[in-house]
Design a binder for this molecule. Structure first.
Ligand SMILES: [Zn+2]
Length: 316
């Protein structure tokens, strides 16, 4: 499991947590207009490791009235990332930052944008700030995230649906409960017909579900159903991680999640242990399609097993 050790420099031992500040050390950043709407860009950052590519997809809206950025990157990449953002914005600073997740890879530059860009508004789920104030560990992948400084904290905690208007674009923010974590956001750009799913959907790979941080398999499936009900065949679906897709991509990801849940539940009922389920041959076909990202199949199964075995993943 050197996949995350090589990226974040952490010690990966299940059950033995190492507190550290995750950082990334290498990157390439590219940007493209993502729809026919003016000033809407996909900013893609690749942080290569010897084992896989860690990708982060951000959205940037550059309009005469405001510059709005969806998420940022792990700590340490502000100079590179801000250069890209400011090139696209013609030097205008970021006015509003939206955090789809409170995890380090989405908020690692919150403080820098606050201090150096003067970003005065940071919007997140109303519980995100509570998580950012604490030490949080995801035991299944061996990562701990230390509390963040005051400058990194959200200034606007929201719950439910909030709409922003910028340059003729309607930006609809919807909070998501107990899915990837306990405090996520999904962002719809109504005129551009783009949805940024944060981490409730991963593009072409197994996802992380942060059980200790409030995530559940059932919640993720519920959230995906909400997204599917809100988009059409032409919607551009931008995950925080992985390839950009469409409605059908989300359907296939939901099917993978549902099939994994069904199979893990069956194996638990048969009395198999965590380790037996992690490496069970029944998942070979799913691994061939979904296991080449930064969460290997056995690690994803460990997450699903623990969720279902705790009965939180119960009866849906
Ligand atoms: Zn993420």
């Amino acid at each position: 499991m050197k996949f995350l050790k090589s990226l974040f420099g952490c010690v990966l031992l299940l059950g033995v947590m190492t507190t550290f500040t995750p950082t990334a050390s290498a990157q390439s950043i590219t940007s493209v207009p993502i729809s026919s709407s003016d000033g809407v860009y996909l900013v893609k950052t690749v942080m290569p490791t010897p084992d896989f590519e860690f990708t982060m997809n951000n959205l940037l809206l550059v309009h005469p009235d405001s510059v709005i950025l969806v998420d940022n990157l792990p700590p340490g990449l502000y100079p590179f990332f801000a250069f890209e953002i400011h090139t696209l914005s013609a030097g205008e600073p970021v006015d509003i930052l939206i955090n789809t997740s409170w995890h380090f890879d989405h908020v690692g530059l919150n403080a820098e944008f606050n201090v150096f860009d003067g970003t005065s508004t940071i919007i997140a789920h109303s519980r995100a700030g509570d998580y950012m104030n604490e030490l949080n560990c995801i035991e299944e992948i061996g990562i701990c995230m230390p509390p963040l400084p005051e400058e990194a904290q959200p200034t606007e905690g929201i719950r439910g649906v909030v709409k922003l208007l910028s340059g003729g674009e309607t930006i609809t923010l919807k909070t998501i409960e107990n899915s990837h974590s306990g405090a996520d956001l999904v962002i719809y750009l109504e005129e551009a017909n783009v949805v940024h799913t944060g981490d409730i959907y991963f593009g072409g790979m197994y996802p992380i579900i942060d059980l200790a941080g409030g995530g559940t398999v059932n919640g993720m499936l519920h959230a995906l159903n909400q997204v599917l009900a809100s988009i059409d065949e032409d919607t551009i679906v931008v995950p925080s991680h992985g390839v950009v897709g469409n409605r059908q991509s989300v359907v296939e990801f939901s099917d993978m999640l549902r099939n994994t849940r069904k199979l893990v539940r069956k194996l638990i009922a048969e009395g198999l242990t965590e380790m037996q389920v992690m490496f069970h041959p029944s998942f070979a076909a799913l691994d061939a399609q979904w296991g080449s990202g930064f969460i290997p199949g056995p690690v994803f199964r460990l997450i699903v097993y623990r969720d279902l075995a705790s009965h939180r993943g119960g009866q849906m």
